[in-house]
Design a protein around this ligand. Structure first.
Ligand SMILES: Nc1ncnc2c1ncn2[C@@H]1O[C@H](COP(=O)(O)OP(=O)(O)OP(=O)(O)O)[C@@H](O)[C@H]1O
Ligand SMILES: Cc1ncc(CO)c(N)n1
Length: 391
C-alpha cells in the first residue's frame, strides 16, 4: 500500500509488483535508449534552458495549445483522456504529461500507479523546452513528490518569463468514491500548487480538505468557501456543487471582478499576469442567462479584497453518466480562457459546454458489460464530442 488504501481497502497503488514490472520493461533491449534510467537531475541539466526558447510565430487563428498534467483513465471518461477530448472538442491542440496510471472503469478504481516523479519532471522539461503552451490544466497529481515536481516546473517556467494560464483541479477522490491522491499530497496542493494557479476547481469535499473545514451543505456555505480559498493565494476559486442534492447544479465562482464587481486588482497569482476579470457581461438585474440555460446569480457581496462571488447554475441533468464531469469542466476552463476576456466568461462558456455534454451523455452506452442486465451500478462518461460528431 502506498497511502492509497480506501477504507474498504479496495484500491492499491504502486507496489513491488508494479515496480518490478516497470523495471522489466526498461530492461527490454529494444527500449534501452540513452534516455532510460537517466536521473531527473541529468535530464533537467540537459534540457534547453527555458529562457532560451523563442516561440515560433504562429499564424492567425492557430489553435490554443493546451497541456493537461494528469492521470490516465482507461475507460476514457476522466483523466487525460477526458481532458484531451475536451481540448479537441473546443478547438484546442492538446498535449499531455502523465502523472499516474489508474486501473479504472465506469464502476470504480482498482489500482493507482504513480509515474516516478523524475519521469514527470523529464516529461515537463522536455515539453517546455520545445513547445510554447498557452494554458495548463492540472488534474490528478497522484502523490506528494509528483505534486512538488509539478510546482517546481511551473516555478521554472515562470522564472523564464513564460506565464500560461493555470487551472488546478485538486483531484482527490473519483466519482466512484475511490481515492486518487495520497493523503500527504493534500498539503502540497494547498501550499505549493494553489498559489501558482489562476483558477482552482474543487468539488465540495475537496474544498473542505483544502480549507480544513467541514464540506459546505448549501450554496451560501459553498460561496463562503470559494472566498476563503482565495485567501490561500489562488487567483479565482470555483467551488463545484455537483454533489449537492438540488434541482439545479450550482457552482460558486469567487475572484476579483466576478459578477461585475470592480476588482481590487488582487487577483494576481504571482504569475505577473493581470488576472483581473472583466466580468461576464451578461448581468441583467444581477441575473444572467447563458446558452445552455445556465444562470448566474450575483450574490451581491464584495469582500474587503474586492472579490465578487457569483452562483453559476445549470439544470441538473438526470443521467448516471457523470464520470469525469470535474475533469471536463476544468479542461474546458483552461482551453477556453485564452479566447475570453477574463475567468468569469471562460467559466460560463466551459459550464455551457459541460451541460451540453451531460445532456447528450445518455447517447453513450459505455460500461455494464459483465453485469446482469439492469444491475449496472457504474457512472458512464459525458459525451465530449456532442457538438461535432459526424459518425
Ligand atoms: N447531473 C448534473 N447535471 C448538471 N450538471 C452537473 C451534474 N453533475 C455534475 N454537474 C456539474 O459538473 C461539474 C462537476 O461537478 P462535481 O461537483 O460533480 O465535480 P467532481 O466531483 O470533481 O466531478 P468528477 O469527480 O465526477 O469528475 C460542475 O459544474 C457541476 O455543477
Ligand atoms: C485519472 C483520473 N483523474 C481524475 C478523476 C476524477 O474524476 C478520475 N476518475 N480519474
Amino acid at each position: 500500500m502506498n497511502g492509497f488504501g480506501r477504507d474498504g481497502g479496495r484500491v492499491v497503488s504502486g507496489s513491488g509488483r508494479d515496480a518490478v514490472g516497470l523495471a522489466d520493461v526498461e530492461q527490454t533491449p529494444r527500449l534501452r535508449s540513452p534516455d532510460v534510467g537517466r536521473s531527473a537531475v541529468a535530464t533537467r541539466a540537459e534540457a534547453a534552458p527555458l529562457a532560451d526558447v523563442a516561440p515560433r510565430v504562429r499564424p492567425p487563428g492557430h489553435p490554443v495549445v493546451a497541456l493537461t498534467i494528469a492521470g490516465s483513465d482507461p475507460s476514457g471518461g476522466a483523466g487525460i483522456q477526458a481532458d484531451l477530448k475536451t481540448f479537441a472538442a473546443l478547438g484546442g491542440y492538446g498535449c499531455a504529461v502523465l502523472t499516474g496510471l489508474t486501473a479504472q472503469s465506469t464502476t470504480g478504481v482498482t489500482r493507482v500507479h504513480p509515474v516516478p516523479a523524475d519521469m514527470v519532471s523529464a516529461q515537463l522539461d522536455t515539453l517546455f523546452a520545445d513547445v510554447a503552451v498557452d494554458t495548463i490544466k492540472i488534474g490528478m497529481t497522484t502523490d506528494a513528490a509528483i505534486a512538488r515536481t509539478v510546482a517546481a516546473a511551473l516555478r521554472d517556467l515562470r522564472a523564464a518569463g513564460r506565464t500560461p494560464f493555470v487551472v488546478l483541479d485538486p483531484v482527490m477522490v473519483a466519482t466512484s468514491g475511490d481515492r486518487l491522491l495520497a493523503p500527504d499530497a493534500e498539503a502540497v496542493l494547498r501550499d505549493e500548487l494553489l498559489p501558482l494557479a489562476d483558477l482552482v476547481t474543487p468539488n465540495l469535499p475537496e474544498a473542505a480538505v483544502l480549507l480544513g473545514v467541514e464540506p459546505a451543505r448549501d450554496g451560501r456555505e459553498a460561496a463562503d468557501q470559494a472566498r476563503a480559498l482565495r485567501a490561500l493565494g489562488v487567483g479565482y476559486a470555483l467551488v463545484k456543487g455537483g454533489h449537492l442534492d438540488s434541482a439545479e447544479s450550482v457552482d460558486h465562482l469567487a475572484g476579483p471582478g466576478v459578477g461585475g464587481v470592480c476588482g481590487g486588482g488582487n487577483g494576481g497569482t504571482g504569475a505577473g499576469r493581470d488576472n483581473g476579470d472583466s466580468g461576464g457581461g451578461n448581468r441583467v438585474g444581477g441575473v444572467g442567462t447563458t446558452g445552455n440555460g445556465a444562470v448566474g446569480d450575483d450574490l451581491g457581496e464584495v469582500s474587503p479584497g474586492g472579490d465578487g462571488v457569483v452562483a453559476l447554475a445549470a439544470p441538473r441533468v438526470p443521467t448516471r453518466n457523470t464520470h469525469g464531469t470535474g475533469c471536463t469542466l476544468s479542461s474546458a476552463c483552461a482551453v477556453l480562457r485564452p479566447a475570453h476576456d477574463g475567468w468569469e466568461p471562460a467559466v460560463r462558456a466551459a459550464k455551457d459546454y459541460l451541460t451540453g455534454a451531460l445532456q447528450a451523455a445518455d447517447s453513450l452506452v459505455i460500461g455494464g458489460t459483465g453485469t446482469t442486465s439492469g444491475r449496472w451500478q457504474g457512472h458512464g462518461p459525458v459525451d465530449h464530442a456532442h457538438a461535432t460528431r459526424r459518425t
